[in-house]
Design a protein around this ligand. Structure first.
Ligand code: PBG
Length: 327
């Protein structure tokens, strides 16, 4: 039997050769840890649908952020869970609201070591659970919501947030928030636009994490899972409006969109490995159906390979520890 000249297995013959030719790397600095902080807690509360993830008290949040920084994680993304909600999401831009006081505390704790980021969306703060304020007919009012977002942006910037995560999927949100921040002198506050955020079943566990009040769905503002071109278009519009970074979310069910967005824009592209992606691997691993560490690392490497410059993942601190031990 004659073999072809091209023996592809030469590149796979040993661990050192494989390491030398691996195309994609994963480093702690490329990981961002999403975290939940709930008003009124004195100790952390477990989230049933996300084993290993908790709703933090301010104190436990600070400790966990210090651990993330110690592990070399690049940033933390904070989500607030308020005790009281209303139709306009008043807690979001209240300087004493849970997310804003937590941000101040975290910036003081670790603001020099990692990038402190805050979710900029109304859904955790509204009593109807939508990402914006409602018009008389019950639909989410885009332009009225932008006014709430700009107020929220200023509150977060004043609290010291380094980077605002615009996750609400309202049209014009990047331009409106950039203008509001610049008008108040916050020219250094970074904007991450959740450009291609799909209406996804994989957000299921997150809804428990933030005690979501949502009835119905977000299909009138988040993208349809069938649409790839529209995701790229969203990213191009957000780049043009002045986003510093764009995001694709969820990650694993949308790796094709991620690759195409990476090729289309010139700014950093991030991906959010969401709660359902986390829960699937945790549940399968708990059943002994997959090797947990290997599955987590493969999932993160795939998201990087598809084009993400950084990844939001609930495994950020643990994965950073593995990466450091592995060296
Ligand atoms: C909305 C928001 C959601 C997530 C992050 N920001 C949920 C939604 O759009 O319904 C989901 C994150 C996850 O599932 O891990 N502010």
């Amino acid at each position: 039997m004659s073999f072809p000249e091209t023996r592809l297995r030469r590149l796979r013959q040993s661990a050192p050769v494989r390491a030398l030719v691996r195309e994609t790397s994963l480093e702690p600095r490329q990981l961002v840890l999403p975290m939940f902080v709930r008003e009124g807690l004195s100790s952390p509360v477990a989230i049933g649908s996300m084993p290993g993830v908790v709703q933090h008290s301010i104190d436990s949040l600070k400790a966990a952020v210090a651990d993330a920084a110690e592990a070399g994680v690049g940033g933390v993304m904070l989500f607030g869970v308020p005790a009281v909600r209303d139709a306009r999401g008043s807690g979001a831009d209240d300087p004493h609201g849970i997310l804003n006081i937590a941000t101040e505390a975290v910036v003081r704790e670790a603001g020099d070591a990692l990038v402190v980021q805050t979710d900029l969306c109304l859904d955790e703060f509204t009593d109807h659970g939508h990402c914006g304020v409602l018009a008389a007919d019950g639909s989410v009012d885009n332009d009225a919501t932008l006014e709430r977002y700009t107020a929220m942006a200023l509150a977060q910037a004043r609290a010291g947030s380094h980077l605002l995560g615009l996750s609400g999927m309202m049209d014009g949100q990047v331009a409106a928030i950039r203008a509001a921040l610049d008008g108040e002198g916050f020219t250094g506050t970074l904007l991450l636009a959740y450009a291609a955020k799909y209406a996804s079943a994989f957000y299921g566990p997150f809804r428990e994490a933030v005690d979501s009040q949502l009835q119905g769905d977000r299909r009138a503002y988040q993208l349809d899972a069938g649409n790839r071109r529209e995701g790229v278009r969203e990213a191009l519009v957000d780049e043009a409006e002045g986003a510093d970074i764009v995001m694709v979310k969820p990650a694993m069910a949308f790796l094709d969109v991620l690759r195409e967005v990476r090729d289309a824009v010139r700014i950093p592209v991030w991906a959010y490995q969401v709660s359902g992606e986390y829960a699937m691997i945790e549940a399968a691993a708990a059943n002994g159906w997959l090797d947990r560490r290997a599955a987590v690392m493969e999932s993160l490497l795939s998201i990087r390979r598809a084009g993400a410059d950084a990844v939001l993942t609930y495994w950020a601190t643990e994965a950073a520890g593995w990466l450091r031990d592995g060296r």
